[in-house]
Design a protein around this ligand. Structure first.
Ligand code: BEZ
Length: 405
């Protein structure tokens, strides 16, 4: 007998002994022995890696996304595609330098099936690279880095939020329609700010306006005073900014305190006033922004979502909560199509690509590059709300420049 045959006969004998022993045990205990196929098919939980900021200027955004995601899971009975969920959570601190190690920990150590994250575009770019290298399914519930659904687009990468270009472009069109001729832009100097300003500039200059100065400071600095002095001396028709989270709270307050609010209209991508109005108070009143979510959308899904969210978390939802909720809805659609079998990647991806998400923002589909095709709303701050004024652009698709999908 060859050695390998011998080994396999021995292990075959051992297997038989084990089966007999198990049968005897079940019989002794008066139980029915489950079929071997039933035992083999007992699904383990789907492992979800949540890589989000839980500290720093974007901490509130990471928490809202987590809450939204978990709410959607709870609404489908604690499962997605019929399978229970196990969470693995990492605080990415909005630090791109730590992102490859954090993403690799979730993929290689925790062996997550799906990576969900993040808020900061620089961190998301690193996650996208790791996800591509490992062919891990990645769902981005905020970060708008244009590249991710541009040259870096991939079959395994999806986004349920926006591209940085989308709200910026819409605000540029709105400002041009309002007959503003000159604009100064101001942002944190990283992908999100640069691309948001790029979108604004494209829309504004297509409409006949001119961006006369582009100001920026490093993320997440908040020493705005010298820039406000420069804006005051430039006297543009309008100022467009990208700030979010804690930095947005301080910027809006500083702009008003510098006496600029009444003389130079301030506009922005809606992150400027989303999830921040309690802290911004009077300084935000009347500000116009553009975003793919707003208060006062009277669709039934939004009403149900808002009631469920405030009941669960004793807080009002914002755009970040919506994006987290929709990340879980998208994954649910994919997993349902494969009856929870994450191994059927091709079918899972095809179902996600074809999904029509019934979002609180209004229904949306995904572009070929896996970015939402969605309405962008013009909103105005009234009290504690970003009240919808109009649809600034209907069904806006990111141009996905450089995507080869
Ligand atoms: C970003 O880095 O892509 C981002 C961060 C906060 C709000 C919106 C976008």
């Amino acid at each position: 007998m060859k050695r390998s045959q011998h080994r396999s006969n021995i292990s075959g004998a051992r297997r038989r002994v084990c089966r007999v022993t198990a049968a005897a045990l079940f019989a002794t205990a008066g139980m029915m022995l489950p079929a071997a196929s039933t035992l083999a098919q007992q699904p383990t939980k789907v492992k979800i890696g949540l890589m989000l900021p839980y500290t720093g200027t974007y901490a509130a955004l990471g928490n809202a996304i987590t809450n939204g995601f978990k709410l959607a899971v709870e609404e489908s009975g604690g499962t997605l595609g019929g399978r229970e969920i196990e969470y693995f959570t990492v605080d990415d601190e909005s630090d791109p330098a730590k992102a490859p190690e954090n993403a690799n920990k979730l993929i290689k150590r925790d062996k997550v099936d799906v990576l969900v994250g993040t808020v900061h575009s620089g961190v998301a770019l690193a996650m996208a690279k790791v996800a591509r290298d490992n062919n891990t399914l990645l769902i981005i519930p905020n970060a708008g880095a244009d590249e991710i659904t541009g040259p870096l687009c991939a079959a395994n990468i999806f986004r349920t939020s926006f591209s940085n270009w989308q709200p910026g472009y819409a605000m540029g069109k709105v400002a041009a329609d309002q007959k503003k001729k000159t604009a100064v832009t101001f942002t944190w100097k990283y992908a999100a700010g640069d691309e948001s300003v790029g979108g604004f500039k494209e829309g504004f200059e297509q409409g006949g306006g001119k961006v006369v100065k582009e100001l920026s400071l490093p993320f997440p600095q908040v020493e705005f005073q010298p820039y406000l002095t420069e804006i005051a001396s430039l006297k543009p028709d309008v100022v467009y900014v990208f700030f979010a989270g804690g930095g947005a709270v301080k910027f809006v307050k500083d702009y008003a305190a510098a006496g600029l609010k009444s003389s130079i209209p301030l506009v922005g991508a809606g992150f400027l006033t989303d999830g921040t109005l309690d802290a911004q108070g009077d300084s935000a009143q009347g500000l116009l922004t553009t975003l793919h979510y707003a208060d006062g959308l009277s669709n039934p899904k939004d009403k149900r979502f808002r009631a469920a969210y405030s009941k669960a978390y004793k807080a009002e939802p914002d755009v970040y909560a919506v994006q987290g909720y929709d990340a879980a809805q998208l994954l649910n659609t994919g997993l349902a199509a494969v009856k929870g079998d994450v191994g059927k990647r091709g079918e899972l991806v095809a179902a996600m690509e074809a999904a029509k998400i019934d979002s609180p923002r209004g229904p949306f589909t995904l572009s070929k590059a896996h970015n939402p095709v969605q309405d962008i709303y013009l909103r105005k701050v009234e009290g504690k709300e970003n009240k919808v004024v109009s649809v600034a652009i209907k069904g806006l698709t990111d141009p996905a420049r450089g995507c080869k999908l």
